[in-house]
Design a protein around this ligand. Structure first.
Ligand code: DX5
Ligand code: ZN
Length: 222
């Protein structure tokens, strides 16, 4: 399994002190930014101007997770900000292949996310269009929810398909990832782990990142 990444979600950070909150996760691989529009999901966070400022001040690459309707229209603008990766939800995209290409054309890695009940099989023929597949391990919309074990077989099938394809795709999981659940997700084949409350809810975010990384790597090396 390729190198494992811990991407803390700033959804659980202090939104009025974002710059300082970024400095507390200096050992992370990337910053996971959750964009919600109160339409695709029943919650509202932040949009383009705020993501642009985070991108300007962040020492770490940005991994945007767009939980927004009409992804075809809005996602390319996030790629234009110079973010490392832009992930759209397939349920919100009318033309996911075109959208993945639009994101890549703008210099960002293209990620595609699936809600817990969305099957992966219909999309296996388009893996070559993607740099990352995100399997949601909670219903998107809120931090602090419980990891859904019913997503483990899907993670396993996606990991097998990625291995079989020979493509360098990352397999990301997001939702309920903690010291208690990260091993299950890693065993199933995930290699990029988003964690919000497990990182920012701890007194020492960098220490929480270290522990999560250690647990995930123990699985991939063992
Ligand atoms: C939920 C977001 C997640 C969220 C994860 O819809 O996509 O990124 O921040 O939070 P935790 O790790 O607390 O489940
Ligand atoms: Zn997310």
């Amino acid at each position: 399994m390729s190198k494992c990444c811990i991407n803390p979600s700033i959804l659980s950070a202090d939104f009025v002190n974002l710059q300082a909150e970024l400095e507390r996760i200096s050992t992370a691989d990337a910053v996971h930014v959750d964009v919600m529009d109160n339409h695709f999901v029943p919650n509202l966070t932040l949009g383009l101007p705020v993501v642009q400022r985070i991108q300007e001040v962040s020492a770490l690459p940005l991994d945007a997770h767009l939980m927004i309707s009409d992804a075809d229209r809005w996602a390319p603008a996030y790629a234009e900000l110079g973010l490392a990766s832009v992930t759209f939800h397939v349920e919100a995209a009318a033309a996911p292949v075109k959208l993945a290409r639009d994101i890549r054309d703008r210099g960002a890695k293209a990620g595609m996310a699936l809600r817990p009940a969305t099957p992966v099989e219909p999309y296996l023929d388009m893996l070559s269009e993607l740099d990352m597949l995100l399997i949601m391990t909670v219903e998107p919309g809120f931090g602090g929810q419980k990891f859904l074990d019913i997503t483990l077989p899907k993670i396993r099938r996606a990991a097998e398909a990625i291995r079989g394809s020979g493509l360098p795709l990352a397999l990301q999981v997001d939702g309920g990832i903690s010291a208690d659940t990260i091993e299950r997700a890693a065993e199933a084949g995930a290699n990029v782990f988003v964690a919000g409350s497990a990182v920012y809810g701890s007194g020492d975010p960098d220490e929480a990142i270290r522990k999560l990384r250690e647990a995930a790597e123990a699985v991939s090396n063992g």
